[in-house]
Structure formats: structure tokens, C-alpha cells
Design a protein around this ligand. Structure first.
Ligand SMILES: NC(=O)c1ccc[n+]([C@@H]2O[C@H](COP(=O)([O-])OP(=O)(O)OC[C@H]3O[C@@H](n4cnc5c(N)ncnc54)[C@H](OP(=O)(O)O)[C@@H]3O)[C@@H](O)[C@H]2O)c1
Length: 289
């Protein structure tokens, strides 16, 4: 991975930090994103000491805030002329009805729209750096889910409400629908797009919630793998030479696996794409181009 530039959202802790560590070990230039400068700084200092890789940096940004995502994309491209691997890893569980600074339900804003917007803003540099890769960290939680766009009498944005556990699971289905749709749109561009499930990993996941989840977490973690093991599939999909040219797939335990039947619904994927474009202001951009 020497001379390869990787950008990882949610790289300051958990699975994202271990992914950054794994790619730094392979010699990549790694840029991590997180909300806290202090946590990002501490993560890169630790990784740099352990791996001896000095090509590590961070850009602080809140991926649930669209002006922040736009600033992040601009700052990244002002510092780097190449991007070979983008890992949309930042995500969370929001059980208490939180709303983003843009007034969007938090699960939808962070887990889907943040990565959607960042990826689309970085497509020019990803294409210019081809062969390049986009990874989307999804979850087996997507199994059995469907995205309810609502009927003709209901505005789609309202009925796409995420939130709580099923909302989390639907956001992870949205991750895969987005992955497959983007892969179709980038066919032949030299940019591959794949989704993955990291495994049930002990991390800070869900600890932002009040209520039962943080209490139950230590018990759940008894059955979990470490964040380092959780990062293996991301590192594999980001770096494996065997996967050059492999696109529009879903990986579990480093192996290509079928995702749910709902995730292959191309009608839902284009509908989600258009809705996401309008919710991030990218539809106006398309009309003016
Ligand atoms: N852990 C699991 O068992 C599991 C299973 C399946 C899928 N996943 C998926 O794996 C991904 C990583 O999860 P994790 O378990 O590593 O979670 P985690 O330990 O909670 O780490 C989340 C990371 O995202 C960052 N982050 C959180 N909110 C953010 C925001 N608004 N903007 C920017 N960065 C933000 C956090 O940094 P700051 O707090 O510093 O911002 C942190 O670096 C998620 O997409 C999750 O859905 C996890």
C-alpha cells in the first residue's frame, strides 16, 4: 500500500482506528476523520509510534453535518491530489430520537447521507486516482429489512425515517443499496465499490445512548471479536490485490457473500439515490452541470 492514499471516516476509535492501523502497517498514507481533534490526534500518534509510519494525518469533521462533509472534501483535496481508498466507516446507533444539525434524523444523517455526500464529492479525485476503491461498512443487521419509501400520499423524506434499532438496520441496508448503485454507475471508471460486515466487534458502538443498550453492551461484548479482528475485512477489501476490479459485492469475514434479497432491488436503489441527492443538495448541482 506504499504510495496509496486512504481516507477513513470514524478512524479515531473502534473498527475505524484498527483499519487505519492495519493500512498504516502496510505502508499506506492514511487520513482519518472524527469529530474530536484530540481523539484523532491521539489515534494517529499511537498508530505512528506502533507502525513507524509517519504518513498519518486527520481532518476533524462531523459526518452528520453536511457543511462539515463539504469542508472535509475540500480540505482533503486541497492537501492530497490522489485518493486510492475511501472507507465510509463512521456510523452509530441512535435510540433516543436524535436529530442532526441539519434537522435530519441522526441515523439517516450519519450512517447513510454523510458517506453518500462525501463519496460523491470525492468521485473526481477517486476517478483521477484509478484504480481506486470505495468501501462502505454495513452490517448483517440489514438482513430482513426493507426501506419504506411510503405511498404516493406520503412525502418520501418523512417515511424514510430511521432511528432506533430497526432504523439502524435499515441504514445498513441503505449502505448496501448505495454500494451496488454506485458500482453500477462507475462501471468502467476504474473505481470499485464494495460493502462489508465487520463482525460483531467490541468497540464504543452504541455507548452514546441512554437506556438499556449501554448496560447490555458489556454482556454483548462477551460474544464479540476485538475491534482489531473487526477491521480485518475492511483492510482486506481495501488492500487485497486479488480484489482489483471486483466491484458491487458484499464481504463478510474477508469472503464475498450474498447480501439480503432486498439489497439487490435496483428500483429501491435508484429511488434511494435520487432521494439522497435531493437531501444533500446534489440534485441542484446535477441540474446546473
Ligand atoms: N461494532 C460492531 O459490532 C459493528 C457491527 C457491524 C457493523 N458495524 C459498523 O462499523 C462501523 C464502525 O463502528 P464501531 O463499532 O467502530 O463504532 P465506534 O467504536 O462507536 O466508533 C465510531 C467511530 O466513528 C466516529 N464518529 C462517530 N460519530 C461521528 C460523526 N458524527 N462524525 C464523524 N465521525 C463520527 C467516532 O469518532 P468520534 O467520536 O471521535 O467522532 C469513532 O471513530 C459503523 O458503521 C457500524 O455501524 C459495527
Amino acid at each position: 500500500m506504499r504510495d496509496r492514499v486512504c481516507l477513513i471516516t470514524g478512524g479515531s476509535s473502534g473498527i475505524g482506528r484498527e483499519t487505519a492501523r492495519g493500512l498504516a502497517r502496510l505502508g499506506a498514507t492514511v487520513v482519518i476523520v472524527g469529530r474530536s481533534e484530540a481523539r484523532c490526534q491521539s489515534a494517529i500518534a499511537q498508530i505512528s509510534t506502533e507502525t513507524g509510519n509517519a504518513n498519518l494525518s486527520f481532518i476533524p469533521a462531523d459526518m452528520s453535518v453536511q457543511t462539515d462533509v463539504r469542508r472535509l472534501a475540500a480540505e482533503f483535496t486541497s492537501r492530497h491530489s490522489r485518493l486510492h481508498v475511501l472507507i465510509n466507516n463512521a456510523g452509530g446507533l441512535f435510540m433516543n430520537g436524535q436529530v442532526s444539525a441539519d434537522g435530519i434524523e441522526m441515523t439517516l444523517a450519519l450512517n447513510h447521507l454523510g458517506g453518500y455526500l462525501l463519496t460523491r464529492l470525492l468521485l473526481p479525485v477517486l476517478k483521477a486516482s484509478a484504480p481506486s476503491r470505495v468501501l462502505v461498512v454495513s452490517s448483517v443487521a440489514h438482513l430482513g429489512m426493507r426501506i419504506n419509501f411510503g405511498g404516493a400520499d406520503q412525502p418520501a423524506v418523512e417515511t424514510l425515517r430511521f432511528g432506533k434499532w430497526n432504523g439502524y438496520a435499515r441504514s445498513k441496508l441503505a449502505n448496501i443499496l448505495f454500494t451496488y448503485e454506485l458500482a453500477r454507475r462507475l462501471e468502467g471508471a476504474g473505481v470499485t465499490v464494495n460493502a462489508l460486515h465487520p463482525g460483531l466487534a467490541a468497540s464504543g458502538f452504541g455507548m452514546n445512548n441512554s437506556g438499556l443498550f449501554p448496560w447490555a453492551k458489556p454482556v454483548i461484548d462477551l460474544f464479540a471479536i476485538s475491534s482489531e479482528e473487526g477491521a480485518r475485512t475492511s483492510v482486506h477489501v481495501a488492500s487485497s490485490p486479488e480484489l482489483e476490479g471486483v466491484t458491487g459485492k458484499y464481504f463478510v469475514k474477508c469472503r464475498e457473500t450474498r447480501s439480503s434479497s432486498a439489497s439487490y432491488d435496483t428500483h429501491a436503489a435508484t429511488r434511494l439515490w435520487d432521494l439522497s441527492a435531493s437531501m444533500t443538495g446534489l440534485d441542484t448541482l446535477e441540474k446546473t452541470q
